[in-house]
Design a protein around this ligand. Structure first.
Ligand SMILES: Cc1cc2nc3c(=O)[nH]c(=O)nc-3n(C[C@H](O)[C@H](O)[C@H](O)COP(=O)(O)OP(=O)(O)OC[C@H]3O[C@@H](n4cnc5c(N)ncnc54)[C@H](O)[C@@H]3O)c2cc1C
Length: 403
């Protein structure tokens, strides 16, 4: 409360997980909170994320957890230190959703879908008297006023922007907020698709043999990193964990190439020795002797840069290191998340935009990326938490607009 006993007004713009968490923390501190959401309801991307299982966070140890985030490591150490994977699990339990750890440390609520959790979260926000305003699209920001598309203007003591990234625009996160910050000269890093499929110029004749087929238990590599997992071959290219994880490397390569180890459980020597006696039908023999799947054999048989095989050693080399040249990432609208956004250099430790005192940012609209596995939502919660605490502190040091 202000000296005059009136509540400080914290406006949160954007009703994704970052904005909802910011609103919750701000309301718990006793501030009057208005949450503005451009769409008819909040959390549309969260609902998409939780359609087949909401991977809330990851059960990974702290240091390797924070290493998953791009951007300044010291900042992520503080952000995740302040609101950790365990804090997120406790938060979910507090809403009535116990969590469990699945493969790869992925943490899911019970039940796994997002809709019941979102409903409970909204109820909590209403209990905290957060004023939820839907169909309230922000079109302009002044020093202490937010202007909406419908002509309304809302005064604030502090403003938290949580407009999301630029993928899945149908959910409301369309990246158009970049125009909203442009008049304020806030530096933005261009958006790029992250955690997305990549396109490959497959020969036409190969598509019926590979489309929709998985390559299980492979390892994908770039010159800098390797990632085990499963990828799916599609009509247009490749989808799946390893290619998502290697995206930051691939984006910085002039001619991006992912190299696949189709038999990571065997060394090159072992593969060579199993293939050394083969004198013909190299692909068929490789399939039989190494138990290769159909998709792997289709690649060995039909990729134009490979073969014809003349000895067991050469096909062994390709099985252990099969280069797939990539045309480029799939369109940003399809990506699970985006890299780019508000540059870290624009933000102080409390995630306040230095050139816009009292305006904070949270979630995917900040320039960071992280792999799938629960790190994205954790990053959104942690930045929402920080921005709200920053906003509360800021309002405590100022005279309220309501005075
Ligand atoms: C298919 C898919 C699956 C995913 N699965 C997972 C997963 O399992 N685990 C995980 O960690 N992450 C997952 N993610 C990523 C995760 O959903 C996002 O990282 C997260 O939702 C981003 O949260 P946010 O609050 O920053 O923004 P968003 O959730 O994008 O919310 C931003 C909100 O701001 C609103 N908005 C935008 N502009 C305006 C404006 N001008 N005025 C008012 N409101 C505005 C939008 O309508 C939207 O509601 C998935 C994403 C996708 C697409």
């Amino acid at each position: 409360m202000s000296q005059a006993g009136k509540k400080k007004m914290i406006v949160v713009a954007g009703g994704g997980p970052a904005g909802l968490r910011a609103a919750e923390v701000a309301a718990e501190s006793g501030a009057a909170v208005v949450l503005l959401e451009g769409k008819r309801y909040v959390g549309r991307k969260l609902l998409v994320a939780g359609k087949s299982g909401l991977n809330l966070t990851n059960d990974e140890a702290f240091e390797s957890f924070v290493a998953k985030y791009s951007g300044p490591a010291d900042r992520w150490r503080k952000l995740i230190g302040e609101f950790s994977n365990n804090d997120l699990r406790k938060w979910a339990a507090g809403l009535g959703f116990e969590t469990f750890v699945s493969s790869g440390g992925k943490v899911f609520p019970q039940p796994m879908k997002a809709a019941p959790l979102l409903r409970a979260w909204i109820k909590r926000l209403r209990d905290l008297e957060v004023d939820l305003r839907f169909n309230s699209r922000v079109v302009r920001i002044d020093e202490r006023l937010v202007h909406l598309l419908n002509g309304d203007s809302i005064p604030f003591d502090a403003l938290i922007l949580a407009f999301g990234g630029a993928s899945w625009p149908s959910t409301g996160s369309d990246g158009s907020w970049a125009d909203l910050l442009a008049p304020h000269q806030v530096a933005l890093t261009p958006f790029e698709p992250a955690n997305c499929g990549w396109e490959v110029d497959w020969p036409e004749s190969m598509i019926p043999d590979i489309e929709g087929k998985p390559l299980k238990n492979i390892v994908g590599s770039t010159p800098w990193h390797s990632c085990p997992g499963e990828i799916t071959l599609t009509k247009y290219g490749i989808e799946g964990g390893p290619i998502y994880h290697l995206g930051p490397d691939l984006r910085k390569m002039e001619d991006p190439v992912i190299t696949l180890d189709l038999k990571p459980t065997l060394s090159l020597d072992e593969v060579e020795s199993r293939m050394s006696a083969v004198k013909k039908n190299y692909v068929r023999e490789a399939k039989r002797r190494l138990k290769l799947c159909d998709a792997a054999t289709a690649l060995l048989k039909k990729l134009p840069q490979l073969g014809p095989w003349s000895n067991g050693g050469s096909i062994a080399g390709a099985i252990k290191a099969l280069p797939i040249p990539l045309k480029g990432p799939r369109p940003i609208a399809e990506a699970i998340s985006t890299a780019g956004g508000v540059a870290w250099s624009e933000l102080d430790d409390s995630l306040m935009v230095s050139r816009l005192p009292g305006v904070f940012v949270a979630g995917e609209m900040i320039d960071w990326e992280a792999p799938t596995g629960g790190y994205l939502l954790q990053g959104c919660f942690a930045t929402g938490e920080r921005a709200a605490k920053g906003a509360i502190k800021f309002t405590e040091s100022r005279t309220s607009i309501t005075n």
